[in-house]
Design a protein around this ligand. Structure first.
Ligand code: ATP
Length: 510
């Protein structure tokens, strides 16, 4: 899929009540979006899937809900006041602002695409005998391109590590990167831009009242490490999970809900004994990729990307990337954060944040393994892999949102075949029985085929039709969204039947 694919998703999401531009009657606010009636259900289901996997299924992980406002010293200690910057650069002709690192990454992606083209061509030529790994490690053109990429990465890393912004600009110039709008190479110098939103608390003005909107949820977990450990009598290793809003004044926020200035994170910090970080890093990489793949969005749509430039707090880090309509991009980060954060908070707060290990009689600052996923990006991953247009056997077309059943906003629709003969009344009885357990819609308007199409378009897994036979046999016809097969089910068995197909339990039994 392409940018065109993203446009289709944006318009479908709006038309059916998943995502609206924020404050649209005032022409919207750039890069801010509201989740509509179906979007908020889908979002809640994704949260529930994550929370269940983290908190409910692990006896040593608990959840918290910390305040968005935190003591400003938190952000001094975490490094965000001094180092949470993006390098920005302006094009003097178009007056457009870019992230310097993103311009360089996009340049690299173009070279990677050329390599992929070479690989695809060779694969087509050699057929079954093609050995991709061998081709990549021996073909001179591929090797030349790969070494070009390695050189760029090395130059960029060296410049950023040395905080040498002039060299970042020189790299952009040497690579001949042009502004996509003006096409010119007329760039300003590269500058650092702090991404935290600043505001003032109450009536206090001046520096003493400054607070920040949290740029990540993780720090709310770190400052509560000891509270949770003591009150929950937690033993290492243990984790603290949290879902909540985070705010970043992104230089360029775009690509729909992929990069916003207000977004939601689902983060889990896992506190471990120093020295065990490699084992837990691998454990959480496996656990997280399994969580993703269990949804069935397509295993080929995920890949790991190891970080070239490690953040100041990490000794190992990777991203889980997803194949979004605009290509493979970061969906989740897995970071081995060492004892950086807790040590910083010890220093800045003068409070001990240690763990007394009863087995060794030692006291130490735990190491931390973090998994951090953007809820909105996860939402976009689900939406973009679900939306498809199909041509059916009879030649007709349908638009279907193949959202995993367990995440679908509406689980079933109850449809009386016609609007009379007592069918609506019977259908409402069926509705009442299901509503106790799931979000279910009732629809009696238009021909049954059109009602099916409406439900397909919002991803409803099951359409339940009440017909004249229902009045005699107390059974209904259930149509499956994906197979379009119909099955006759006794109303007495309906709840169990629906549960079996749409409940989240199935995702944990794979
Ligand atoms: P990026 O490189 O895309 O800016 P990041 O590496 O800064 O992301 P992290 O700090 O690791 O992101 O944040 C963890 C997760 O939060 C990301 O994997 C992503 O899913 C999500 N996230 C980060 N920034 C945004 C944003 N501006 N809008 C939506 N989600 C975001």
């Amino acid at each position: 899929m392409s940018d065109d694919g993203l446009k289709k998703i944006i318009s479908h999401a709006k038309e059916y009540g998943f995502v609206f531009p924020s404050s649209e009657i005032y022409d919207g606010l750039s890069a801010a979006y509201d989740y509509g009636q179906l979007g908020s259900e889908l979002k809640n289901n994704i949260k529930q899937y994550w929370w269940t996997a983290m908190v409910r299924m692990n006896e040593n992980i608990v959840g918290i809900d910390a305040a968005i406002f935190m003591h400003p010293t938190t952000w001094k200690a975490s490094g965000h006041v001094d180092a949470f910057n993006d390098p920005l650069i302006d094009n003097k002709d178009s007056k457009k602002r870019y992230r310097a690192d993103v311009l360089i990454e996009e340049h690299i992606a173009k070279i990677e695409a050329k390599i992929q083209k070479d690989v695809d061509k060779a694969a087509a030529r050699f057929g079954d005998a093609f050995d991709e790994a061998q081709f990549r490690s021996t073909n001179p053109q591929v090797l030349r391109r790969q070494s070009e990429i390695d050189d760029i990465n090395a130059r960029f890393k060296a410049a950023m590590d040395a905080d040498d912004l002039a060299s970042v600009k020189a790299l952009i110039e040497d690579l001949g990167i042009t502004c996509p709008i003006s096409g010119s190479k007329n760039w300003t110098d590269v500058r650092q831009f702090n991404l935290m939103f600043k505001t003032e608390l109450g009536a206090v003005s001046g520096d003493s009242g400054v607070v920040y909107l949290r740029p990540e949820t993780a720090q709310g977990i770190f400052v509560n490490y000891l509270n949770v450990q003591k009150s929950g009598r937690m033993k290492l290793p243990f984790g603290i999970a949290q879902i909540g809003k985070a705010f970043r004044n992104e230089i360029i926020a775009r690509q729909f809900i992929f990069r916003m200035r207000e977004f939601e994170q689902m983060e889990m910090q896992f506190f471990i004994k120093p020295g065990t970080q490699e084992e837990w890093y691998n454990h959480w990489k496996d656990a997280r990729i399994q969580w993703h793949k269990a949804l069935g969005l397509g295993d080929e749509n995920y890949r790991f990307h190891d970080h070239v430039k490690l953040a100041h707090y990490a000794d190992a880090a990777c991203d889980i990337e997803f194949n979004f309509p605009m290509g493979f991009k970061e969906l989740e980060g897995i970071h081995s954060r060492t004892d950086f954060d807790l040590k910083q908070h010890e220093e800045y707060s003068s409070k001990k944040l240690r763990y007394f290990d009863p087995e060794t009689n030692e006291s130490y600052v735990p190491y931390v393994l973090e998994t951090s996923i953007g809820l909105d990006r996860m939402f976009l991953a689900v939406l973009s892999s679900a939306l498809r247009e199909e041509t059916l056997e009879d030649g007709s077309e349908r638009t279907v949102m193949a959202i995993p059943f367990a995440l679908a906003p509406v689980k079933a629709a109850v449809l009386p075949l016609i609007k009379k003969d007592g069918l609506p009344e019977k259908a409402r009885e069926v509705l009442a029985q299901l509503q106790l357990h799931h979000i279910v819609q009732y629809d009696e308007k238009d021909a049954i085929g059109r009602r099916y199409r409406r439900q397909d378009a919002i991803g409803t897994p099951l359409c339940i039709t009440v017909d004249h036979d229902t009045l005699n046999d107390d059974a209904v016809t259930v149509r499956n969204r994906d197979t379009m097969q119909q099955e006759r089910i006794a109303i007495a068995d309906l709840n169990a039947y629906v549960d079996g197909l749409v409940s989240m339990t199935s995702l944990f039994q794979a």
